[in-house]
Design a protein around this ligand. Sequence first.
Ligand code: NAD
Ligand code: TDX
Length: 332
Amino acid sequence: MARLLVTGGAGFIGSNFVHYAVEHTDHHLTVLDKLTYAGNRESLAGLPEDRVSFVLGDIADAALVDDLVGSVDAVVHYAAESHNDNSLSDPHPFLHTNLVGSFTLLEAARRHSVRLHHISTDEVYGDLELDDPARFTETTPYNPSSPYSSTKAGSDLLVRAWVRSFGVEATISNCSNNYGPYQHVEKFIPRQITNILRGVRPKLYGEGRNVRDWIHADDHSSAVLTILEKGRVGETYLIGADGEKDNKTVIEMILTLMGQPADAFDHVTDRAGHDLRYAIDSTKLRTELGWRPHYQDFESGLAATIQWYRDNESWWAPAKDATEAFYARLGQ
Ligand code: NAD
Ligand code: TDX
């Protein structure tokens, strides 16, 4: 049994990780979360109190972080400002959390010689052409496009420097786009599902040719546990499940699965600097550490996700109106 500090554990992927780890390990999990607009205490409801504890706080609060890191065996660092569209409207919180917050955690991990796993994104590599035969690998040069992805890239580089200069025992994973329960309604898939549930037409940016490489959040969690257990310190692992789909196809799938005509969506203003395609080659994680994704069929994972949003309106409804008001101001 290990004691894990999970930053951002009340967000989408962090809360899925906490649920997954409670079910599949005997670790004790301490969640540190600031409960920004993206964090939700309800995402952790029903978990056993002897396995999960919750601390409200900021990862950039050095005294708090020092106390917490000093009392665990490892840190799994999910906390971030995570939404590209928000980073285009106001980059400031992205610098605070993604850079200063990650720095604060690294300094505490250094002082206490505690293992740290840093959660990052495929967006640090920029984007690919639609017909590019190569996918992202661990050696692809960094080339981020947005304030979000550039601050994530910066946090990855801090981790690498703290490994090399100070001997911090850290690993990094860069994962592709996640889907599943507990994802905020600002993000692509939940936004469209909850629009349809409200009788509103889904909103596709531009022509919808942009490709994302979808992975179920549970598969991200199993990969992170594998890296924590078997990963080599100082290494980066890319996480992906060969789930490339263009956005128009995903909207059509959601509409069809929800009993609507496949063309019942609106084209809206495109995102500035919109990355065209992400695609992950996860050979290293599969061959070196033996990881495999469980969800091979995107359509059935998507159907289960739609059902989760149907069943959990009380979880998502409080955030829906403010999110749509934000998009309306942007013409999206
Ligand atoms: P999210 O926005 O749903 O959750 C972020 C969580 O972090 C929230 O609970 C929020 O309250 C918390 N938080 C924000 N600032 C904080 C601070 N200063 N101190 C403490 N807590 C703070 O994000 P997500 O989609 O779950 O992403 C989690 C991580 O995974 C991020 O690091 C993100 O870059 C990475 N990632 C996400 C995806 C994806 O598809 N969503 C893909 C690859 C990597
Ligand atoms: O209403 C929409 N319509 C639309 O066409 C929204 C919200 C998005 N889109 C498009 C933009 C993207 O091409 O859908 C795609 C997915 O958009 P997001 O859900 O905003 O995700 P993305 O920008 O790809 O980033 C996500 O994956 C990588 C996460 O938000 C990041 O945190 C992660 O690093």
